[in-house]
Design a protein around this ligand. Structure first.
Ligand SMILES: C[S@@+](CC[C@H](N)C(=O)[O-])C[C@H]1O[C@@H](n2cnc3c(N)ncnc32)[C@H](O)[C@@H]1O
Length: 323
């Protein structure tokens, strides 16, 4: 069952999605820089993705936040305005795999020494090949996107995605990478989109469930709660089933570790045949219906045979697997 944590609804959906995205890019070898807040949500996401806390530099202009960052093991963290930190203090070796400049200001140089253009250039220069950078700005001025786009050194960075969002106040984020290979850029975009969509669906389900719970409570007072209870039961089972279909199919292919006939997938799940085919096609770039709209998780090897795309790449030619 998804985590129907109502507290999460109160937080910025986009910020949660970005942190989840960065977590998925994390490995034990990752070196990262994050502008984090007293909640340490970004650095904690990286740690839960496997990053060594010592290899995460937290930047914040508040002394007590940085003291706490040190206590959490982020011993290279530095207090100050980011531009000063980059100019004066941060080592340029090793290069960084993940950089999250979660700014709250508009993209203008500020009197306190903050120069976002310098920050972005510094980070683009010291980002490891194939690394990922996320930058956010407040969008309180009308020509914000034009200003940001003028700041981004496109000879060093490729845009993966940008998006306006307004959850507490108008903001904009950019996901950037320094590897312009189309597959790499698409892979990052699909990864983020998948996380964002899945999480949005979970939140929508959580909101509906909480409405149903309220309705059940108010109906109880009128001793009329049966229909709401059965509505909740069927809603819960539909959602659970829907969210799990993808995972169930992925698990089967993972276990089989090769090209799997559709008939085997049908046998091993309680999912309808039509839904199995729909999920496989949705997450396959072979599909003429969905194209490259979703991540490329499944590959149609030959008529009726499917395999995890990640396994296809790492294995010998496909026909030897099938024959
Ligand atoms: C938007 S919050 C970070 C939130 C965190 N990344 C998360 O996902 O929960 C930004 C924090 O960094 C500080 N900050 C913003 N811009 C900064 C800058 N240019 N230099 C240093 N600190 C900055 C803010 O005061 C705030 O505490």
């Amino acid at each position: 069952m998804p985590n129907y944590n109502t507290k999460l609804k109160k937080r910025s959906l986009t910020k949660i999605a970005i942190n989840k995205f960065l977590k998925q890019l994390s490995t034990p070898q990752t070196n990262a820089i994050v502008i984090d807040a007293e909640t340490f949500l970004s650095s904690s996401a990286l740690v839960s993705g496997g990053v060594d806390p010592r290899n995460i530099v937290v930047i914040n202009n508040n002394d007590s936040i940085i003291k706490n960052a040190h206590k959490k093991g982020h011993t290279k963290s530095i207090v100050g305005i980011s531009t000063t930190v980059f100019m004066e203090f941060l080592p340029t070796s090793p290069l960084y795999d993940i950089i999250y400049l979660d700014f709250c200001g508009i993209p203008d140089t500020r009197g306190d020494g903050w120069c976002p253009q310098y920050d972005i250039l510094w980070c683009a220069t010291f980002l490891k090949k194939g690394g990922t950078m996320v930058v956010t700005f407040s969008k309180r001025i009308s020509n914000c996107a034009e200003k940001i786009e003028k700041m981004i050194p496109y000879h060093l960075l490729t845009e993966v995605k940008h998006r306006d969002y307004c959850e507490t106040s108008p903001m904009i984020f950019y996901i950037l990478t320094n590897d312009d290979d189309t597959n790499h850029v698409n892979h990052l975009r699909h990864k983020f989109n998948h996380i964002y969509t899945t999480y949005t669906e979970e939140l929508k389900a959580a909101t509906t469930l909480s409405l149903l719970n309220k309705k059940i409570t108010s109906d109880k007072n009128n001793s009329n709660s049966n229909s709401s209870i059965s509505l909740k039961r069927s809603f819960t089972s539909t959602i659970k089933n829907k969210l799990n279909k993808f995972e169930k199919i992925k698990n089967i292919l993972e276990k089989k570790n090769g090209a799997v006939p559709l008939s085997d997938i049908y046998k091993e799940t309680d999912i309808s045949k039509a839904s199995v085919r729909q999920v496989l096609q949705k997450y396959s770039h072979n599909s003429k219906y969905y194209g490259t709209k979703y991540p490329n998780i499944f590959t149609n090897i030959s008529k009726g045979y499917w395999q995890l795309t990640s396994q296809v790449k790492s294995r010998k030619p496909i026909y030897t697997v099938i024959v």
